[in-house]
Write a protein that binds this ligand. Sequence first.
Ligand code: XIL
Length: 351
Amino acid sequence: MRRLLALPVLAAALLLAATGCDSGGDGPGTTPPDTTLAALAAEHDVLFGSAFDANFSTLEAEYQRILGSQFAVVTPGNSMKWDATQPSRTTFRYTNADAQVAYAEGRGMKIRGHTLVWHSQLPFWLTSGNWTKQQLLDILREHIQAVVTRYKGRVYAWDVVNEPFEENGTLRNSIFHRIIGPEYIALAFQWAHEADPDAKLYLNEYNAEGLGAKSNGVYALAQQLVAAGVPIDGIGMQMHVTDTFYPSAGDLGANMRRIGDLGLDVDITEMDVRLRLPATQSALATQASIYRSILTTCLAASNCKAFTIWDFSDAHSWIPSTFPGFGAALIFDEDYEPKPAYWAIRDALED
Ligand code: XIL
């Protein structure tokens, strides 16, 4: 996709760059060009996305400007999780999720729903109950049916089951696995599909992007689900990595290919690259090359259809509170200035 510039054009571009009116600078302090990441990614048939949280409307104008312009798809970071949507067995609450969905729709952005079945961020009434298998099956079905129906035709893709694996590739001992058994996964996809047959349905996992025990577990399950006719469309690769722990392009590409051979898509769903604070220039450069490598591998895989980062500015990231001592994981800094990672991403998209 790299276009060869005719010499006069190149000369003009160099002149513009030299006079500071460039549209493709290379460092902090440089204003992002007009062409959005979403538009550049669309040329590759890839949706460029970001997570965002329900307090977005009270955030800085700069946050809103970037969120509303750079992305083709957004993922509500918390508002669609079980503890947010079903505070009691008989009460559903959609205030924050509705606001985020309306915001995205108003700006022509798609919405990725996150998430229907997860061991974390569950309401206390659910985790503290002493449920029989049948009771938990009913609870799971009711939850999935209610939330998916609420956003039928509006959420284009759902992370149906989130993080169901242990690091060794066996199924996680979650409340659902313990009480229902492994079939909770296929049932969840079935119920989500019944509630919105047009939504794309994903199994979303972390640390399973490259090759290894965990990704082998994901692959084997995907194979079984496809063979059994379960309505699954793809595997979500979260991609929460560090500057020293991330999948090689070779492993990631191979994993994407074998999943593609099953007829499934792979989306990058939650990428960030956390750094030890304070982040050095060299760590920021490594971070940029990791973003570039993962994105380039996605662009080269015909079944990689979306590339989403887990929020976009270091001013609003889950990393510092979850991984003390780490941060600076995203592509804009705390002042909304584009970081080297931003320019590396643009460069990969323009290639
Ligand atoms: C995170 C949110 O960003 C935080 O605000 C929240 O406190 C914890 O969850 N994998 C996932 C996401 O699938 O749902 C998580 O989001 C990040 C890790």
